[in-house]
Each structure stands twice: as C-alpha cells, then as structure tokens.
Design a protein around this ligand. Structure first.
Ligand code: UN1
Length: 513
C-alpha cells in the first residue's frame, strides 16, 4: 500500500493486512464474496473486503429487528442525546473521514470534509435530528363525537434499509440514519460496492458510541455486498422502509418491489439539472456557480448542473468566461490542497463519459472544450487514474433527444441559447428527472414566475444559487433529510379514543336493533 493511502486508512483504524470485515450487526464479521476498494486517482487496490454471505445477511436482518424492538422503548430525547454523541465522535474524525472519502470516492478534500460536515456539524443532520428528537409531535384532532379524542401518533416504524450510492458515500447515509435513529428505528446500511471502506469507518465510529450507551449495535448495522445483498434487503418483509439513492433504472425496480410487498420506499434518483441565466443576472456570481455545479465532484452529484440555458444577450460573454475558467483547470490528486478537479469514480464512469461524448459527436454537436480522457502525462495517477476532461457542448439536437433527456453522471455541460424565460422554463421542465434547478436574475418578476405554478417543476427551485450544494434544512428534492422528511420514518397511528359512557357511531349512523 502506498504511504499516501496507508496514512489515510490507519488514521481510521482500518487494517488492510488481511481482508477487511464488511458486516456489522453488533459484532464485526464477513464471510461472503470479496469486493475490492480501488483508488480512482491512482488505480491502487486499497483493500479487499469480505461482504455479507446470505446467512449473514439473514442474521443481520433478524438482529436489526431485535434491536428495533429494544430501541423503540428508548425515549426519543434519550435517542437524541446518543445522536449528539454520535455527532461528536464523527466530528472528531471529520478530517480523517473526509480524506478517506477523497481517497476511495475521488472527490476533492473540501468536498470530502464537507460531506462529513453534512452528516454531523453546523446546519446539519445530526444536530437537526437531536432537536427533532424532542419535537416529533403528533396532533390532536377534533372529534365529531362527544367524549372522543382523535390522536395522530408518530410511532417508530421498524427496520429502515438504506441503500446508498458511491457519490455521497457518507452524507446520504447520515441524513437517513439521523432521522431514522431519532424516530426510534433500527437502520441497516448497504453502501455502494465500490465505497465499502467509507461505510466501515463510519459504522465503526457509530458502533462505539452505541456500545458506550448500552444500545445494541444492530441499531446501526452494516452489510456490504453487491446486487444480491441489495436485492435481498429490498425484497425482505423485515424491512419496513427502503431508502434508496441511485440510478433511475435500479430505482424503478426497487420502487416496484417494495410497493408490491406494501413496504414504504423513499427514492432519490436521477437529476438532470438546469441553470437558466437571464440577461440581468450578476455574472460575477453566476459563472463561478455554474462552474462549480458542473465540475464539482467531477460532475457526479445528483444535483450537478448538466444543462445550461443562456439568454441570447449574455450567451457569448457567459460562455467566454466559463471557458476561461475551464481552461485554467488542472486535474489533481483529490487529497492535495488546491485540487479542484479529481477523477471520476471508476472505469465504468469513464465509459459513461466517453459514450456521452460520442453521442454528442455522432449528432454533430459542437464541443467547445474538453471531450476526451486526460493523457497519462496530464493525469496525476498516470494512465491508471480515471481522469476525464470537463466538457462544454452545444448539442445540435432538439430537446426530445437523449442528449438532453438522460442524466449523464460525468462533467459534461450541455448549453443552449433562449430568447425568453418561458421558453427556458419549458426546456427546464421537459425532462423526466426533476431534482434541482437554478435561475439567475435580479428581476423580481422572473423570480415570481420561476417559483410559482408555471415555474420550475423540480423539487429544488433555486434563485441566484446553483443547482448543487443543497443544505439539509429543507427536504432534499422534496423528500430526504430536513423539512418534514422525518414524517416518512415513522408509522402514523390514527387513534380514536372514547372517554365517554356511550359508543356513538361516526357520521351519526343509527344501528340500534
Ligand atoms: C447526491 O448527489 O446524491 O445538494 C446528494 C448537494 C448535496 C447532496 C447531493 N448536499 O449537492
């Protein structure tokens, strides 16, 4: 192992002298298939991980259920207090975990650390859920019958399965765990098969806090593995809620499978996010924001900016400035301070990029900048790293074509010029995905239109804020993390209680014999 990698792993007590154990259900184990963790920057094998065998998965599911039966009786504010300790334990390792994310996923330092921050700190999920643990209130509803009360009670739901993606190997689990934990559930995590070490490091930290508090470890269990492990969780009747982040293709299968067994499901799938720039926009703000939106995380956020609609009046100026910023960009080791562009995550991510570029070329679209892999001489990891050139294109085809309709998880930005806002909004909405969107303007009338019924149909509707980098305070894409998202992690009991000596029927029904 290189010193570069060894330092990051040893700071988190991950020993790679033998296979790393990839299952935790109160104790660490793993006798299933072996998966490899590969560094996308250098192609170096970081570790091999022993995943969950079918028996271990089965055992983990029943341990998780048992843990829930215990945990649902722990008062919510006490759960909040344990969550506060989890937050502190994670925050103490923020830099180390951030570095591991950079090493294993490939995103740059500040984004890796930012992701841990999204889990623990400041405006963030653990803090949010600590507060929430004292505020997950139900309602008392007026009954039409005398001496009756109707209560809506949020009860713990049971077992929550979290299936997370490679691009946010820590934060997305964090959003889910914090809410699920505060709500009194036991959570079983199945991370992406290519980022097992991030999940092992996080689970290691969380489990020590649980242990210290006498809480069964399976309240926050882990099963690494491939598609079979994920499928088993999705199919299991023991999993009350499946929270899945990933592709539309897999999401469709997950959604159908969970619904067919009447389980609950939360899906966070594709984003094909557009930024619209009006002629009155402040370009000093808009250009850097689009630059970050398109290139941050090497274009692999579900909120990455993939489509750019420029008003004719500012289109040339904007593209000029944006291209300048792109030309100045050099790929680097994501662990190095100052690197803005790391690798994409894997060989298959490179293929996705190359196919999208080929599609642009096949349709005779104009490629303004980028369009190929970095040469071995330019890429920090030589020919072994997955470095691709951020690309700006002017597709020649109309909106119904796949160039515009598909989410390409790579740093490719497709641009088009418009003449009025309604046209741009139409394009913004003319895709099947609907995660994030961004309008740049200083005219209040544009803002009103954009956020209203004829505006953006995405879950995230930003004004003078880029498409990516959502805070957790509002529900992400309308679903996960903050806002009222906790309400999906509980079982709502509608309880009608009769305190009177009579048993009147609802709606005044007379059923006397
Ligand atoms: C994701 O890409 O799956 O808004 C999540 C953002 C981040 C979360 C992205 N806070 O870009």
């Amino acid at each position: 192992l290189s010193t570069r990698a060894a330092n990051v792993l040893s700071a988190l007590d991950i020993s790679t002298t033998s296979h790393v154990q990839g299952v935790y259900d109160g104790e660490w184990k793993g006798t299933g298939d072996v998966i490899s963790s590969v560094c996308p920057t250098t192609g170096e094998l970081l570790a091999t991980v022993k995943t969950a065998s079918p028996e271990e998965l089965h055992a983990a599911l029943s341990k998780t259920r048992e843990a829930y039966v215990y945990f649902r009786n722990v008062p919510a504010p006490r759960r909040g207090e344990i969550l506060r300790q989890v937050r502190e334990a994670l925050a103490a390792k923020r830099a180390e975990l951030g570095a591991l994310i950079s090493l294993e996923m490939g995103k740059i330092r500040t984004e890796g650390v930012g992701e841990v921050q999204e889990f623990v700190d400041m405006n963030v999920q653990c803090d949010y859920a600590v507060g929430l643990s004292r505020m997950m209130n139900g309602r008392v509803v007026a009954s039409e019958r005398p001496g009756h009360s109707i209560l809506e009670v949020p009860n713990p739901l049971g077992v929550v399965g979290v299936l997370s993606a490679f691009n946010f190997p820590v934060a997305v689990y964090g959003w889910n765990l914090a809410l699920s934990f505060a709500a009194g559930n036991a959570t079983l995590w199945k991370p992406a098969p290519s980022t097992p070490l991030c999940s092992i490091a996080v689970t290691n930290i969380v489990s020590k806090v649980l242990e210290r508090n006498g809480i069964p470890g399976a309240v926050a269990g882990l099963v690494t593995g491939g598609q079979d492990v994920g499928a088993a969780i999705v199919e299991s009747r023991d999993v009350d809620l499946v929270s899945f982040t990933g592709s539309e293709h897999v999401g469709r299968i997950v959604g159908k499978t969970v619904q067919s067994r009447f389980g609950k499901v939360i899906l966070e799938l594709g984003g094909n996010n557009a930024a619209i720039v009006m002629p009155d926009a402040d370009l000093e703000m808009a250009v850097p924001s689009v630059f970050f939106g398109a290139i941050g995380t090497a274009g692999q956020r579900c909120t990455s900016t993939r489509r750019l609609y420029l008003h004719r009046e500012i289109a040339d100026t904007f593209l000029d400035r944006l291209q300048k910023a792109y030309s100045a960009l050099k790929p680097g080791d994501p662990l190095d301070e100052g690197t803005l562009l790391g690798p994409v995550h894997s060989a298959s991510a490179v293929k996705v990029y190359e196919k999208a570029v080929q599609d642009l070329k096949d349709t005779e679209s104009e490629i303004l900048i980028g369009g190929s892999r970095y040469s071995a001489a330019d890429a920090p990891g030589g020919s072994n790293g997955y470095f691709v050139q951020p690309t700006i294109a002017l597709p020649s085809v109309g909106h119904s074509e796949s160039v515009w309709q598909t989410e390409t998880f790579a740093p490719i930005l497709n641009c088009r010029v418009f003449d009025d806002l309604d046209e741009a909004i139409l394009w913004n909405n003319a895709v099947p995905q609907g995660l994030s969107s961004s309008l740049w303007t200083r005219d209040l009338r544009n803002v009103g239109k954009w956020i209203g019924p004829c505006g953006s149909d995405a879950g995230i509707v930003n004004v003078n804020v880029g498409t990516s980098g959502a805070e957790i305070g509002a529900a992400f894409g309308g679903n996960k993390s903050g806002g009222d998202a906790w309400k999906q992690y509980v079982r709502w009991s509608a309880c009608t209680v009769n305190f009177s000596d009579a048993a009147p029927l609802a709606q005044g029904v007379d059923f006397s014999a």
